[in-house]
Write a protein that binds this ligand. Structure first.
Ligand SMILES: [Zn+2]
Length: 103
């Protein structure tokens, strides 16, 4: 099975997210707003966000966010999203970008 870092690239993160969420997530990432709870090759969990300022500056609520590498590919969940409608939100973007940088 592939690791998360095999499934993630800057292009893939951009493909999965709306341009606005990519931008907001990038702002959270660049301000270091990701605190890992669990960091394994195929599963990561983190607190993401909780920074002050406007949304464009990376300001957001703090959410618990997961990324999983599964046999079917990348899956994700953010406690800010309903479980049956999991968009690749700004928290997912910030977590994914942090993983890419740390790899
Ligand atoms: Zn979220």
């Amino acid at each position: 099975m592939q690791d998360l870092t095999d499934l993630l690239s800057l292009e893939e993160i951009k493909r999965l997210s709306l341009p606005s969420n990519f931008k907001y997530g990038e702002a959270i990432f660049s301000r270091g707003g990701v605190e890992f709870i669990l960091s394994e090759a195929q599963e990561v969990e983190a607190w993401v966000g909780g920074l002050d300022g406007t949304v464009a500056e990376g300001g957001s609520s703090r959410r618990r966010t997961w990324l999983h590498a599964t046999p079917q590919g990348l899956t994700w969940h953010c406690t800010g999203n309903p479980r049956k409608h999991d968009i690749f939100c700004k928290h997912c973007v910030a977590l994914a970008l942090t993983l890419l940088k740390n790899q």
